[in-house]
Design a protein around this ligand. Structure first.
Ligand SMILES: Cc1ncc(COP(=O)(O)O)c(C=O)c1O
Length: 432
């Protein structure tokens, strides 16, 4: 064990990690779609470093944008002050977002972007004289982050149940994934018809629920659900933290069904995976409810120390340009090839189902009691030079949008070999 691995074991507590059964892998550098460990071994970043590095690593244009900004200003608060990168990125985001959205409220994580959307919706109804609209609708198995407000609109048993007593409860609409969506829509309509006077908003991920296990929604669900909310005067909050920035083949997933939300949460790919940045985009109608004289105390009482950090915003601006010029067109060209690779993987006897929306993919394995197959496959894949991460028995592919044909070939081979090895084992494998 290297000195760094040893020190990590002594002093660090990692997220979502059972520390007793974990072997640290120290990443020393990144280049293009690849990561390198401290022993110089090379790995394809098959999950874009938790779905963020949409252009891979150390992109020269993003490096330059960061360095240029560093020459000018690394940080100044956005509370009471402003700066060029924050202003220009907001304008660029509005330009490419659904037409309904005209205001950008920055934060620094997807969870914070969700908290902000919930609070803006809640306060909006208070300000507009509808104080009973205090509840939120969400989907079954929803995941919107790990802070308490976001957990309150979450529905993943394993992550969320233990915190139940701490949470504001939300109303679950069954996930439409794996169905034609009619049950979910009926339940949504029933809740809205009976309780819309108590409901502030419906929050959900468009097209695909990511952390829930890559649960793909039936075509049309997004559009119909949004229309129902509109009819019943309930806000539509779209969580595009995972689906945004080209992941589904369009800049934002909601474009694919022509839906214009009231609030939209974005994070992950926003700054190309360089720095923590997120935003909640709002309509002018929501924004204008918070306007008044200073003494009216209508303003939105929320903000973070690193809101709109200039370095992050400068990289975000360049990242958005790069996405439109090259990374998104590249992703579109790759998506059919990925579908071809997945069709071959589906033939594997250990694979139960594969769900794909663009470059957002879940490969579900047949569960075996007492085994953690998804995790075992991801551990094995490392031996073949690919970093993957699972969600239960689902092996996730979220590669950089800059994926090249040779990278895809490696991704496919490593995944198949890893599944082969794990399927042959009768006992769980341990990666050392
Ligand atoms: C859909 C969705 N919303 C919110 C979040 C939370 O984002 P963060 O981890 O940046 O707080 C995630 C993270 O995976 C996510 O997938």
């Amino acid at each position: 064990m290297s000195e760094l691995e040893d020190l990590d074991r002594q002093v660090v507590w990692h997220p979502f990690t059972q520390q007793t059964e974990w072997s640290p892998l120290v990443i020393a550098r990144g280049e293009g779609n690849y990561l390198f460990d401290d022993a110089g071994r090379k790995y394809l970043d098959g999950v874009s470093s938790l779905w963020c590095n949409v252009h891979g690593h150390q992109h020269p244009r993003l490096d330059r944008a960061l360095r240029d900004q560093l020459e000018k200003l690394a940080h100044s608060t956005f509370l009471g002050l402003t700066h060029e990168p924050g202003i220009r990125l907001a304008a660029a985001l509005i330009e490419v977002s659904p037409r309904s959205l005209s205001r950008v409220f920055y934060s620094d994580s997807g969870s914070a972007a969700v908290e902000i959307a919930l609070k803006q919706s809640f306060q909006y109804w208070q300000l507009r004289g509808r104080p009973t609209k205090q509840k939120f609708l969400r989907l079954g198995e929803a995941y919107h982050g790990d802070t308490l407000g976001a957990v309150g609109v979450g529905g993943i048993e394993l992550f969320h149940r233990i915190f139940g007593p701490l949470l504001v409860s939300s109303i679950a609409i069954p996930t439409p994934a794996g169905t034609d969506g009619s049950d979910a829509l009926e339940r949504l309509e029933a809740e809205l018809s009976r309780h819309s006077h108590e409901i502030a908003a419906f929050i959900f991920e468009p097209l695909m629920q990511g952390a829930a296990g890559m649960l793909k929604h039936p075509a049309g669900f997004l559009k119909k659900a949004a229309a129902l909310c509109r009819t019943h005067h309930v806000h539509v909050i779209l969580d595009e933290v995972a689906t945004g920035f080209g992941r589904t083949g369009t800049l934002f997933a909601c474009e694919q069904e022509g839906v214009e939300p009231d609030l939209m949460c974005i994070a992950k790919g926003i700054a190309g995976g360089y720095l923590p940045l997120a935003a909640t985009l709002a309509t002018e109608e929501i924004y204008s409810a918070f306007l008044g004289a200073h003494g009216d105390m209508k303003h939105f009482f929320h903000g973070h120390t690193f809101t709109a950090n200039p370095l992050a915003c400068a990289v975000g601006l360049e990242s958005l340009a790069l996405l439109q010029e090259s990374s998104l067109p590249n992703a579109r060209a790759r998506i059919p090839d990925i579908a071809g690779a997945l069709a071959r993987i589906l033939d594997h006897q250990s694979v139960k189902e594969i769900r794909q929306v663009g470059m957002m993919i879940g490969i579900e394995l047949h569960a075996i009691s007492g085994r953690f197959l998804g995790r075992e496959v991801c551990e094995q894949a490392r031996r073949h030079g690919v970093i993957l991460r699972n969600l239960g028995d689902v092996v996730v592919w979220m590669p950089p949008l800059t994926l090249q044909p040779a990278d895809l070939a490696l991704l496919e081979t490593a995944t198949v070999r890893a599944i082969d090895t794990v399927s042959r084992e009768t006992e769980p494998t341990r990666f050392t």
